[in-house]
Each structure stands twice: as structure tokens, then as C-alpha cells.
Design a protein around this ligand. Structure first.
Ligand SMILES: Cc1cc2nc3c(=O)[nH]c(=O)nc-3n(C[C@H](O)[C@H](O)[C@H](O)COP(=O)(O)O)c2cc1C
Length: 184
């Protein structure tokens, strides 16, 4: 049983990454294997829209997108988390979303039975950003759990965000329950 989290924030010690860690911590403490992939730490270029994408056995773009997509599609549960930039997902997450087109052009479904979607704004736009994240898992037969919140000030210490921390931990616990129920 494995949960893969895809993080769209470049700030390793920011809110989005901290909240991913909280959710994954709950999962790990229940014996579930976890992996966090921070997109900004890798090269995931924007889709180049090869017309005959479906005819290629591999994405023609030789970067980290391919293996990250494989892990994403094979995981039993996924977490997608993005900061809100101009009212929507970050550019890193959008590039990943566009690259997931390869999966769909090859009829490669997602194995995930549950998906946790996290969007963190400064002040507004988190709800609509969660709606954007839903597009990435819309073909999965997955139970969706969402967390949309505001960090407030840009330099806020994520460790002081008690409500968001509790919500993300709750997401992790719920995902563990869904995965446990599915495997029994
Ligand atoms: C390029 C950019 C655009 C942003 N646009 C918005 C926005 O539209 N609405 C908002 O409330 N906050 C916006 N913010 C603030 C971030 O969403 C906020 O600081 C969030 O907590 C960042 O997440 P992080 O701590 O994980 O990096 C923006 C920040 C940046 C850097």
C-alpha cells in the first residue's frame, strides 16, 4: 500500500509542503508507505503537444515527468497539493497536469482509491484551486478528500497554523481508513 504526494510549491519549508508532511505522517504511522515528490526539485517541462502522443511508447520529452507520472498512476492513494498563484495552481503543478495527458492518451488509468487535494492561498482562491486539482484525478475511481485554506501573511510559520495542521492530519487519517477498508 503506497501513497504518493505531488507537491506544487517551490518553498520546501512553506505551508504546502508542511501540510503534505502532516498528512503523510499520519499515513506512515499506520504502516502505509509514503513518498513526497516536490515538482520544483525535478525537471518537468511543459507539454510539447506532440500530435501523435498516443503512438509513442514513451513521452518524447526526456525529463523527470515520465517516472513521476508512473508513480502517480500506480499509487494506491495520491495527494496533490498546490499553493494558489493568481487564483489557481502553481506553474509547476500545471506543467505536471498537462504532462498527465500522456497517461490518458495511452488509456493508462490511475490506481488510486483515494485522493487528497490541498490548496493553500494567502487570502483567497483556495476553493477554486482545489477544483482545478480535481481535473488531475477525474478519471480515477477515487474517493476525494479536500483541504482549502489560507496561510495569511506570506512569512507565516506553518507550524503555527493549528487548524490547517489538524485538517491535513485528518486527511491523512481518513485516507488510511479508506485504504484499509479497500484492502480487507
Ligand atoms: C506568484 C504568486 C502568486 C500568488 N497569488 C495568490 C493569489 O492569487 N491569491 C492568494 O490568496 N495568494 C496568492 N499568493 C500567496 C500564496 O498563495 C501563499 O503565500 C501560499 O501560502 C503559498 O504557499 P506556500 O507557503 O506553500 O509556498 C501568491 C504567491 C505567489 C508567489
Amino acid at each position: 500500500m503506497k501513497v504518493v504526494a505531488i507537491g506544487g510549491s517551490p518553498r520546501l519549508h512553506g505551508n504546502t509542503n508542511y501540510l503534505i508532511d502532516q498528512a503523510l505522517g499520519e499515513l506512515a504511522s499506520r504502516g502505509i508507505e509514503t513518498e513526497k515528490i516536490v515538482l520544483n526539485e525535478y525537471k518537468v517541462g511543459p507539454c510539447q503537444a506532440h500530435e501523435n502522443c498516443a503512438s509513442f511508447p514513451e513521452c518524447q520529452q526526456k525529463d523527470d515527468g515520465q517516472w513521476i507520472l508512473e508513480k502517480f498512476s500506480q499509487a494506491d492513494g495520491v495527494i496533490l497539493a498546490s499553493p494558489v498563484y493568481f487564483g489557481t495552481i502553481s506553474a509547476q503543478m500545471k506543467a505536471f497536469m498537462d504532462r498527465s495527458f500522456f497517461l490518458f492518451r495511452h488509456d493508462m488509468g490511475l490506481s488510486a482509491k483515494c485522493a487528497g487535494l490541498i490548496a493553500i492561498a494567502g487570502r483567497r482562491g483556495a476553493d477554486q484551486t482545489v477544483e482545478e486539482l480535481k481535473k488531475l484525478v477525474r478519471r480515477a475511481d477515487a474517493e476525494l478528500l479536500t483541504l482549502s485554506g489560507n496561510s495569511g501573511a506570506p512569512d507565516v510559520d506553518p507550524k503555527t497554523q493549528t487548524e490547517l495542521i489538524e485538517e491535513s492530519r485528518k486527511m491523512g487519517r481518513q485516507m488510511a481508513e479508506i485504504l484499509a477498508a479497500g484492502s480487507s
